[in-house]
Design a protein around this ligand. Structure first.
Ligand SMILES: C[S@@+](CC[C@H](N)C(=O)[O-])C[C@H]1O[C@@H](n2cnc3c(N)ncnc32)[C@H](O)[C@@H]1O
Length: 426
């Protein structure tokens, strides 16, 4: 039977054999001559699938696993398969880790970057310390608070997420409690985003999408913030209530987080990346930290070296400047600067023994070009996107730098995201 309307097409059930798991975490079948993607499947499996839907003619929905891989494991979360937060909980640790390292190996090879790739370093640690939940009304005007569904903007209501750091305990309850008064005033179609971060003084919450808050609502939200003992509640970065400053420890320093600034997803991820950077910096005395955020690298490196740091997030730079006053640290000069539009140029790079750059997913093409033309002896790249890293690495290699072994880091366990640290020297 075929049912169709303007955006959904339903077809007969198909049987497919999965060849391997692709770079986005979906099983890939090429039996029909074109790549067909089936989430939640593994190489070697035979599966029954249904046509998905709308804008994804090359995707199928898993209905049943007829022949399971010996590497298949039981997912540990009851929301797995509908919640878009995790792509992989059904795969044994060893092949999962080999696959994740393989993403780095294959992407670099495809880009013609010839280098060694170290074993994957697990950095899940205690789990995620920051989440963004969505609040939205569903059918019959029932409020849903949770994560986005797989491949859609639907919200999957969540009461428990086992991959969170225990320091985020209470985050889901607080989000539900905040969403109720906030969404009561919002049009049903508008999504509400609730970002919750675990800090040393409790949960730091920033809500987005609610529109301006009338006084009565501020009072209601403040009451919820008190009841849930939040460290701070902000709306679009504007303070609603602060009980205690939301701080995190970075090396010896204590950083008060600005609302909305970047923070590595796990404590172990931040510590692992910072340790890999510090090892590669060695005895450098003058260090430049580009795309420094609130300073997880700068603040640790300043225990031994003088640091200059740049980022375009003025709030993050202000937080770093304040934390840089920690006794015992060497001087840190931190300034806001858009490094896409105004990358540091070779004369500005002249006095540094080592440069770290850790750009957003787009990479740092303009800055990599300037680094390639510089004489800085050691350049360390930290990246959350292997493809843009490969593009920037090509610029540095063509500029005469030698690339050492790339270290893949798994901070986003159960997802296809992978970070890496790499050293370039001349
Ligand atoms: C992946 S984060 C890394 C931050 C920091 N190194 C850390 O580990 O927390 C990327 C940083 O790049 C900054 N950024 C994004 N676009 C930028 C731009 N055009 N110029 C300068 N910094 C930018 C963001 O504010 C963010 O802090």
């Amino acid at each position: 039977m075929a049912i169709s309307n303007s955006s959904w097409v339903r077809a007969v059930v198909e049987r497919l054999t999965i060849d391997h798991v692709g770079h986005r975490g979906d099983g890939v079948s090429t039996a029909t001559g074109e790549a067909i993607y089936v989430p939640y499947t593994l190489g070697g499996e035979t599966v029954e699938v249904d046509h998905v839907v709308g804008n994804h003619p090359d995707r199928r929905k898993l209905l049943a696993v007829d022949v399971a891989s010996s590497e298949r494991t039981e997912p540990f979360c009851r929301h797995f398969g509908v919640c878009g937060g995790c792509a992989i909980q059904h795969w044994a640790a060893e092949p999962y880790q080999a696959w994740k390292r393989g993403i780095v190996v294959e992407t670099l090879a495809q880009a013609g970057i010839d280098c060694a790739v170290a074993p994957l370093v697990d950095a899940h640690g205690a789990g995620r310390r920051r989440i963004t939940l969505h609040g939205r009304f569903g059918t019959h005007d029932i409020l849903k608070v949770g994560f986005s569904a797989t491949s859609s903007h639907d919200v999957i209501p969540i009461d428990r997420c086992p991959i969170l750091d225990p320091a985020l305990d209470g985050a889901l309850d607080a989000a539900w409690a905040l969403a109720e008064p906030l969404t009561s005033r919002m049009p049903v179609t508008k999504p509400l985003d609730i970002q919750v971060t675990a800090t040393a003084n409790g949960l730091d919450v920033d809500v987005r999408g609610s529109g301006p808050l009338p006084t009565a609502l501020v009072t209601a939200l403040s009451r919820v913030a008190e009841q849930h003992r939040l460290a701070r509640l902000t709306r679009h970065g504007e303070l609603v209530l602060q009980r205690l400053p939301p701080t995190v420890k970075m090396g010896r320093a204590e950083v008060t987080l600005p609302p909305g600034s970047f923070l590595q997803a796990t404590v172990a991820g931040e510590e692992t990346l910072a340790a890999l950077v510090a090892e590669r910096i060695g005895k450098a005395k003058e260090v430049l930290d580009l795309f420094c955020g609130v300073g997880p690298f700068a603040l640790r490196l300043a225990e031994k070296a003088r640091v200059a740091a740049y980022d375009n997030d003025a709030g993050a730079i202000a937080a770093l400047v304040k934390a840089a006053r920690t006794p015992g640290l060497k001087p840190i000069k931190a300034e806001p600067r858009d490094l896409f539009r105004r990358p540091l140029v070779p004369p500005e790079l002249r006095d540094f023994d080592a440069v770290v750059f850790d750009p957003p997913r787009q990479g740092a093409q303009a800055q990599a070009l300037r680094l390639a033309a510089s004489k800085v002896p050691v350049v360390i790249a930290v990246s959350c996107n292997v493809a843009t890293f490969a593009r920037d690495a090509r610029l540095l290699i063509d500029g005469g730098y030698k690339l050492g072994a790339v270290v893949p880091v798994d901070q986003f366990r159960h997802t296809p995201h992978v970070e890496l640290v790499a050293q370039f020297s001349r």
